[in-house]
Design a protein around this ligand. Structure first.
Ligand SMILES: Cc1cc2nc3c(=O)[nH]c(=O)nc-3n(C[C@H](O)[C@H](O)[C@H](O)COP(=O)(O)OP(=O)(O)OC[C@H]3O[C@@H](n4cnc5c(N)ncnc54)[C@H](O)[C@@H]3O)c2cc1C
Length: 320
């Protein structure tokens, strides 16, 4: 059946605006599956068969504890896309698979690699004054930016909460002062123009969002998310960033020193500005020094903007 139904090509037509619109999928056997929209749902999965055959405990990834040590064998550690960090099952507890899974993103894997390397180094040196790397910091909810031409999508956290759902139904992301306050959902949908925004707040603080087709609003929400800032009481203010009357001066400062530029590696404007002031004025130099731009690569343009901004500031003084 797979041999016959594998999709081989697409049929499209040009609409009145000259934009290609989906008509049908053409299968290997020539069959055409017609539709209004082609939706691709892609994901990644850990190839953990080898680990499983070796006797390690595996759920969606190799199960490791908060120190990245495999549950089953203390001599084996796992990181990155094949590792699922979860608290060890209590003795006698049921064997239900832990929730969650590998992040499927490059940044968390690199942070795990750095931390594990520091831990191994400390173990090897066994120096009395070497206290090791401390605890591995819990990952914040990932901020994911789609890097597809012509469509701006940015999302952070689980967007499951619904505007009319039970406020108590959903867990949150940040654990700030909002504490046990209920989650509140504001949503705006404009399918005709390919725009969609959902903002989930707790105590007014943005915990989760998704923003489609509105790049300036997405940039603003990203800044508010990373700072754990309170949203304006009138949420519609945020939608106006992508409106025709937008004024750049009214948005948050994208060059503030604490603003994140490279989300894969957690590199801030300030870190890049310091390098720029010290004469590291190319994207490649900044990448070598900080890894910024060497993960998904989606921030390279913005690294260039930050370099340009701080190279041209007076005497390299940081003014963000
Ligand atoms: C198309 C695509 C786009 C992506 N875009 C992004 C993005 O924009 N941002 C982002 O953060 N992440 C992105 N990711 C995810 C990111 O690439 C992964 O999270 C990251 O590469 C995981 O790193 P890793 O070292 O754990 O695994 P990998 O990078 O998969 O490295 C594992 C290595 O092990 C090797 N290997 C496997 N089995 C064996 C074996 N038996 N013996 C020896 N070697 C073996 C493999 O060949 C591979 O080189 C994307 C992934 C894909 C597939």
């Amino acid at each position: 059946m797979v041999a016959h139904s594998r999709a081989e090509s697409l049929l499209v037509h040009l609409d009145d605006d000259g934009v290609e619109r989906f008509d049908a999928l053409v299968c290997t056997d020539g069959k055409e599956i017609r539709g209004d929209l082609l939706l691709l749902s892609c994901g990644v999965g850990a190839r953990s068969e080898f680990a499983q055959l070796s006797g390690l405990e595996v759920a969606t990834g190799i199960l490791v504890d908060g120190t990245l040590q495999s549950w089953r064998d203390p001599a084996i550690f796992a990181i990155g896309d094949c590792a699922q960090v979860a608290s060890r099952r209590a003795p006698g507890a049921t064997s239900a698979a832990p929730l969650g899974g590998p992040s499927g993103l490059i940044g968390p894997g690199w942070r795990q690699a750095d931390w594990l390397a520091a831990r191994f180094t400390a173990d090897i040196l066994q120096a009395a004054d070497d206290v090791g790397p401390g605890d591995l910091a819990a990952e914040r909810p990932a901020l994911v930016m789609l890097k597809a031409h012509g469509i701006a999508v940015v999302a952070a956290g689980s967007i499951a909460p619904e505007p009319w759902g039970e406020p108590s139904d959903h867990g949150g992301a940040h654990t700030g002062d909002g504490g046990s306050a209920p989650l509140r959902v504001a949503q705006w949908v404009d399918p005709q123009h390919g725009r969609y925004v959902k903002m989930v707040t707790r105590g007014g603080i943005l915990e989760v969002f998704v923003c489609v087709g509105m790049p300036r609003t997405a940039a603003e929400l990203t800044l508010l998310f990373e700072r754990g800032s309170e949203l304006p009481a009138d949420r519609s203010v945020l939608l106006r960033y992508d409106g025709p009357d937008y004024e750049a001066s009214s948005s948050s400062d994208r060059f503030a020193l604490d603003a994140t530029v490279c989300w894969c590696n957690g590199v801030s404007v300030g870190a890049i500005a310091e390098l720029a002031a010290a004469g590291e004025t190319t994207v490649a130099c900044v990448g070598s020094a900080t890894r910024a731009g060497t993960g998904c690569g989606g921030c390279k343009g913005r690294i260039g903007e930050v370099i340009a901004r701080f190279t041209s500031s007076v005497d390299g003084e940081l003014v963000g």
